[in-house]
Design a protein around this ligand. Structure first.
Ligand code: AMP
Length: 302
């Protein structure tokens, strides 16, 4: 089993969806990711929070055996994000992004984290992602993610991160924003042309599932069929957590295994969206997902 190093955001969110509204709930890309990935493999965590971050969430992360030596709690306010979802929950408006303690954050990697075999650069300022890349000892696999906020503000830095990654995960709207294309397949072609070192590009299609390509082979997977979604926040990070966790558990990075990792990532994300904030992920247990796996098999075979 490989170890995963994750660096990303730790946040406090206000979320409004057609199913309801919650305030000051735990969030952040690294929090969702690590809770998801820790079901599959050992996770080393790097992030920063302010003194207002709930101890209960830290305790939950500890109970999942996530290594928190790289988690700094500093004086000040935690990163804040607020979003409102449309009736079509694949669409949301960001109402607020406040960097707070992230403004001055410099990721510090404990020495023992530097040899983690898999590095996951979760959604965070690309300068911080690049800084982490400089400080690790040649991971076997580098996976990265980003968000429209950074594509709009520092697009050239986002590309620099993708050029240094083996796998890049992005959602379809962000892919179109980045490439100026109108179709996600042409968008994927553009990214692979510009970043030919990528082993795989994973495009998240919201309720339509996932498209994965390595430039030769391609894969489509529907989203896990859910009758009701409560809160899509963190679905992408949970998907990435299940996906990366499965790759770490197996230690096999072929495109064939990447397809199976997409299945585990999707099942993980389906737990996340079942409830607000990180609540849904509390219910996720690798020993209990055989039925979801079988449903996926049945759905995609003909
Ligand atoms: P997702 O729904 O997968 O895009 O992830 C949502 C999480 O990302 C929320 O919990 C936010 O706290 C966090 N987030 C929102 N905007 C940013 C940003 N610009 N940088 C880092 N994390 C963010």
């Amino acid at each position: 089993m490989k170890k995963i190093l994750v660096v990303g955001s730790v946040g406090i969110d206000d979320i409004e969806t057609p199913a309801g509204k919650v305030e000051k709930v735990p969030g952040g890309s690294a929090v969702y990711f690590s809770l998801a990935a820790s079901m599959f493999a050992k996770v080393n965590f790097v992030g920063v929070a302010g003194s207002d971050f709930p101890q209960e969430t830290i305790d939950l992360m500890k109970s999942r055996d996530i290594d928190l030596k790289g988690f700094e709690i500093v004086e000040g306010k935690t990163f804040r994000w607020s979003g409102r979802y449309h009736d079509d929950m694949d669409r949301r408006d960001t109402l607020l992004t406040e960097l707070n303690v992230f403004e001055t954050f410099k990721p510090k990697l404990p020495d023992e984290y530097k040899n983690s075999e898999i590095l996951f650069l979760a959604n965070i300022h690309p300068d911080l992602q690049l800084e982490v890349l400089k400080n690790v000892n040649k991971p076997e696999l580098i996976i990265s993610d980003t968000m429209n906020f950074w594509i709009n503000s520092v697009p050239e830095k986002v590309v620099e991160v993708i050029r240094k990654s083996d796998i890049f995960i992005i959602n379809d709207t962000e892919l179109l924003l980045m490439t100026g294309e109108r179709n996600f397949l042409s968008g994927a072609d553009r990214i692979l042309e510009e970043c030919p070192q990528l082993k795989a590009l994973i495009v998240k299609l919201g309720k339509f599932g996932i498209y994965a390509t390595d430039g030769n082979d391609e894969f489509f997977l529907p989203a896990f069929p859910l009758r009701q979604v409560v809160d899509p926040t963190g679905a992408g990070d949970s998907l990435a957590g299940g996906f990366t966790g499965y790759l770490a558990k197996t230690g096999i990075y072929t495109f064939q295994n990447i397809k199976t990792a997409c299945v585990y990532g999707s099942i993980t994300a389906s737990y996340s969206v079942n409830d607000f904030s990180i609540q849904g992920l509390k219910e996720f247990d690798l020993d209990d997902i055989k039925s979801e796996y079988d449903i996926f098999k049945k759905l995609t075979t003909f």
